[in-house]
Every structure is written in C-alpha cells, then in structure tokens.
Design a protein around this ligand. Structure first.
Ligand code: NAD
Length: 249
C-alpha cells in the first residue's frame, strides 16, 4: 500500500504506540485522523486531525472514519486503542469483577472489530490500486499476552486472543475486496501503559527481553506498521514483535 497521499485512521493515537504510529504515517505522507478517548492526547499531535471518541461506539467511530474519508482515500486503519487492567480470577476481595472483564473485552475486542467492520465498508467503496487490486490495509494490535498471558491477565489475554482470532477470517472475507488484515502482537514497549505499573513490576519487566535486552520503542512498533503497509503478502496473520521474549507466569 502506498501510504503517501492516502488517508489513515489511527485509534488510541493519544498515547504510546498509537501516537508513534500516527507520527510515522504523517512523516510518510499520509493524512491522518488520530482518534482517542483522551482528546488532549490527540490534540497534541502536530499535523493530524484529532477525533475524540470511544472505539466501542458506532457513532464515534463512524464520525472519525468520515473525517478520514474527507482527507483522501482511506487506505490505512490502525487499531491501537486498548486497556490493560490486572485482576486475578480469585483475588483478595473475591472473584474477578465481571464488569471489568466485560469492559476489557468491550474496548480491546469489540472496539477493534467495530473499527474494522466500519472501515472495511468504506474501503470496499474505494477504487482498487494497481497492479494487484489492493484497496486498503487494517492493522490490529494484540499482545504476546494472548499466547503467554501472566497471572492477573485473564481478561486482557482473552481480549487479545480474540483480536488474533479475527485476523484470518476477516482477511479471508475481505480478500475479494483487496483489503488486508494483519495483527501485531507486541512484546513489552516503553509507553504510559507500562509506566502505570508499580515500580517493582516495571523493573522485573525491563529485565525480561533476551535480545535486544530492553523494552521496545514506540517508533519500532510504528516501523512495523509501515512495513505491513508496504508488503502486500502480509495478510491474515499475527506478527510477534517481542525480542524473543516469552512471558513467564
Ligand atoms: N506497551 C506495551 O508494552 C504493549 C504490549 C502489548 C500490547 N500493547 C497494546 O498496544 C496498544 C497500545 O498500547 P500503549 O502501550 O500505547 O497504551 P497507552 O495506554 O499508552 O495508549 C492506549 C490509548 O488508548 C486509548 N483508549 C483506551 N480506551 C479507549 C477507547 N475505548 N476508545 C478510544 N481510545 C481508547 C487511551 O486513552 C490511550 O491513549 C494497546 O492495545 C495495548 O494493549 C501494548
């Protein structure tokens, strides 16, 4: 996919991986709508059109997509919005809060699918690009926790496993329209999501990646998004971006 001159929507663009992705797409010549619940975060992104909203809301996502379609042909959509609560199946205060489980699925899984379905409907109406008939690419963000989820990550891991499960059937369905669906499963990245953890947990986490023995930089995630855009053969799959890290229990 030729990013230069295309319109793009990035969700969760108010922070971390989404903000870096929006910046990299802008630098590559895309016109970007940056969507986030946190309006201040997206307002701070130079060059992007901000959209405040909830990825789980049909109206909010439709409005953000309409704004993107107003900038040019919507060829790139990147789902980065997400939440990562920690709670045990049975914790000190009793069983896992069911509302927290539901909210995690709602933002991470339903929100991703909501954006994917509404974006794909708009992409289908675009003219196909030469020579292969590609219309667009949708990148979703899972997590290595989907495969090696840790203690306290039932809700998060289940929501991200759902995101991984979407990639192949969605890619198969959208193949006839020339729309690709690819998922990135990040390892551990230096973002505010991680900075929210207790100091001891952060120190333990920083020691985990084998090589390179450091946390990923948000720009390295964004570089993967651009690589996915550029390589037409990446479709219906999940790419771990994790420095050979396998999370311990
Ligand atoms: N940072 C990591 O190490 C890491 C690892 C694996 C996966 N991920 C995933 O990558 C994605 C980005 O993570 P990050 O580290 O940049 O986190 P972050 O907390 O820095 O950014 C997430 C953004 O999503 C927004 N958001 C939350 N709920 C939303 C909603 N309902 N609608 C719209 N926006 C919403 C937040 O306001 C925030 O700006 C998430 O899906 C996360 O699960 C991150």
């Amino acid at each position: 996919m030729q990013v230069n001159g295309a319109a793009a929507l990035v969700t969760g663009a108010g922070s971390g991986l989404g903000a870096a992705t929006a910046r990299s797409l802008l630098a590559a010549g895309a016109r970007v709508v940056a969507m986030d619940l946190n309006g201040a975060g997206v307002a701070a992104l130079d060059g992007a059109v901000p959209a405040t909203g909830d990825v789980a809301s049909e109206a909010d996502v439709a409005a953000a997509l309409d704004a993107a379609c107003g900038l040019g042909p919507l060829r790139v959509v990147v789902n980065c919005a997400g939440i990562a609560p920690a709670a045990r199946v049975v914790g000190r205060n009793g069983p896992h809060d069911l509302a927290l489980f539901e909210r995690t699925l709602r933002v991470n899984l339903l929100g991703t699918f909501n954006v994917l379905r509404l974006a794909a409907a708009r992409m289908q109406a675009l003219e196909a690009t030469a020579p292969d008939g590609e219309r667009g690419v949708i990148v979703n963000t899972a997590s290595i926790a989907a495969e090696d989820g840790q203690v306290g990550q039932c809700a998060y891991a289940a929501s991200k496993a759902g995101v991984i499960g979407l990639a192949l059937p969605a890619a198969r369905e959208l193949a006839r329209s020339g729309i690709r669906v690819v998922t990135i499963a990040p390892g551990l990245f230096e973002t505010p999501m991680l900075a929210g953890l207790p100091e001891a947990a952060q120190a333990a986490i920083r020691a985990l990646p084998p090589f390179p023995a450091r946390l990923g930089k948000p720009e390295e995630f964004a570089a993967m998004v651009l690589a996915i855009c550029a390589n037409l053969l990446l479709n219906g799959t999940t790419l771990r971006l994790d420095s050979a890290l396998r999370l311990p229990p």
